[in-house]
Design a protein around this ligand. Structure first.
Ligand code: COA
Length: 249
């Protein structure tokens, strides 16, 4: 079986590639654990200057594996998905994301916690939590209204409307939108490799200064949303919607 998370290190750049093409890179518990472990190691390794999170040039990720949501739903902060996202929140090194194709659910949410995000113009981002009987996660209920204003964020979080990579860049969710998936991945890699020649301590201190003012509030919101999300996963609304996806054929 091929590795669903491919990890490569080159010139101070650690690349974490989501690689489960038959399931549109949907994230399982094992994949979150691997991502969390790799991020922790990257944070501690003086040889690593930056981390790149990517999928393929036509799919980032379809979000959390829906079968996992039904069979082994996260139960709290020690669950793999929380471990991954809290590690991302605390990561002291720059994290760059390259996004093409679908970026659903956590595939969009995690971008809010990266430092630089390159998307293809036609990438399809969406947070269909409400449609699945769930609620926003990982501080998206705080960060999206802040970025977009309540009325626009409500379209994304209360209606679950999708949006393009181009819109993501216009709204400040992404750094830049590129003409194709290949171009987005290439640009993200080129930018991520630039950290090789920047003074690492200055980069870390600068990121810390940008992130520190919000850290406690983000953590608190993540815990509040997380507790509700875990409850919602067991609700009849969510079980019906998630089972509907699994049994759709
Ligand atoms: N969890 C588990 N399996 C998933 C999945 C997910 N989140 N997303 C896709 N898959 C699986 C499909 O079941 C299908 O598997 P199969 O071939 O064994 O039937 C395979 O991946 C391909 O998916 P498909 O829907 O046929 O691809 P598509 O290109 O038509 O659509 C998406 C891609 C991402 C738009 C669509 O798969 C989708 O909406 N997925 C669910 C996204 C979601 O709601 N995520 C959870 C958010 S909280």
């Amino acid at each position: 079986m091929t590795d669903a998370i491919q990890i490569e290190q080159e010139r101070g750049l650690l690349t974490l590639r989501l690689n489960r093409p038959d399931k549109k890179n949907a994230l399982t518990r094992a994949m979150y654990s691997r991502l969390a472990e790799a991020l922790k190691q990257a944070d501690a390794d003086p040889e690593v200057n930056a981390v790149l999170i990517t999928g393929s040039s036509d799919c980032f990720t379809a979000g959390n594996d829906i079968a996992d949501f039904l069979q082994e739903p996260p139960s709290g902060l020690d669950s793999p998905v929380f471990q991954f996202m809290l590690t991302l929140l605390d990561c002291r090194k720059p994290v760059i994301a390259a996004v093409a194709g679908a970026a659903v659910g956590i595939g969009t949410t995690l971008l809010l916690h990266c430092d630089l995000v390159y998307v293809s113009r036609d990438a399809r981002l969406r947070m269909p939590f409400v449609n699945l009987g769930l609620c926003p996660e990982f501080a998206s209920s705080l960060l999206l209204p802040r970025l977009l204003g309540h009325a626009k964020a409500a379209e994304l979080l209360l209606l679950g409307e999708g949006f393009s990579g181009e819109q993501a860049a216009t709204w400040g969710i992404a750094t830049e939108a590129l003409g194709s998936g290949e171009a987005a991945l290439a640009k993200a890699r080129e930018v991520a490799l630039r950290f090789e020649s920047l003074p690492p301590e200055a980069v870390r201190i600068s990121k810390q200064l940008m992130k520190a003012p919000d850290r406690e509030q983000l953590r608190k919101v993540i815990e509040e949303e997380g507790a509700l999300f875990v409850q919602r996963l067991r609700s009849p609304e969510a079980v019906a919607a998630l089972s509907g996806f699994i049994n759709r054929h």
